[in-house]
Write a protein that binds this ligand. Structure first.
Ligand SMILES: [Fe+2]
Length: 236
């Protein structure tokens, strides 16, 4: 059994409650190490952009406008800086990170969305980006609008070699009141909610220039479970 598989099984045992009180110290076993908790799986929902995605020309990491010359989308701009790692905290490069979300009115760019709120012709409703050598990714977008039954959120689909595909959603700590009324969010355990909830902080857009424009910025660390352990990323 590989060491990563072994660590995963140990963590599963501890999470399931069978291992309560059994810690590395109490067992004295050198291989009993805590890894990172895999980011919780969440429903893909009905508005995943494929096949419509193929018809969309723009999918870069700036969702606030279609291209450099087009008008800016409505809404409050935010930045998400994130990283994708495995549960041993090893950065994963060249990982596909897809994001899709509602515009500021709470409308998706999807034919199944019957919501009669207006679409924003200047908003790029989705992006497909790759992580860098250090596992990092970032994108600029607008604060997603609320729509009936849901607290504001951004959908993610993560595709990495040698890891199970992860579909999840990211939430905003500042929306706690709405988050607590959202059944999909509240179905998660407190630990899992923590794994998908991000705090926004005003930070310079250009990290190397503290005087550059500041925008609310969140850090979303995405932890993938081991290959073959799809349960590793399922809600408990
Ligand atoms: Fe959604």
């Amino acid at each position: 059994m590989s060491s990563s598989r072994r660590r995963f099984l140990v963590r599963s045992l501890v999470w399931s409650g069978l291992g309560v009180g059994l810690t590395r110290t109490s067992w004295g076993l050198p291989w009993l190490e805590e890894g990172l908790t895999p980011t919780a799986v969440q429903t893909k929902g009905p508005f995943y952009p494929i096949p419509e995605i193929e018809k969309q020309k723009y999918y870069d990491a700036d969702l606030t406008r279609l291209d450099d010359k087009s008008p800016v989308a409505e809404g409050d701009q935010i930045v998400v800086r994130g990283s994708v790692v495995n549960f041993d905290d090893r950065p994963l490069s060249q990982v596909v990170v897809e994001v899709w979300q509602a515009c500021t009115t709470g409308r998706y760019n999807h034919p199944q969305d019957r919501n009669d709120r207006p679409m924003d012709p200047n908003f790029q409703y989705w992006a497909r980006i790759l992580t860098g050598d250090d596992g990092s990714f970032s994108f600029r977008t607008i604060q997603p609008g609320k729509y009936p039954g849901r607290t504001p959120h951004i959908h993610y689909r993560i595709v990495a070699k040698e890891h199970p595909e992860l579909v999840t959603q990211m939430y905003f700590e500042s929306n706690e009141e709405f988050n607590r009324r959202d059944g999909i969010y509240m179905d998660l355990s407190p630990e899992q909610r923590k794994s998908v909830t991000v705090a926004m902080e005003s930070k310079p857009l250009d990290v190397s220039n503290p005087k550059s424009e500041k925008l609310p910025t969140g850090n979303f660390k995405i932890v993938l479970g081991p290959l073959g352990d799809a349960k590793a990323t399922r809600p408990m």
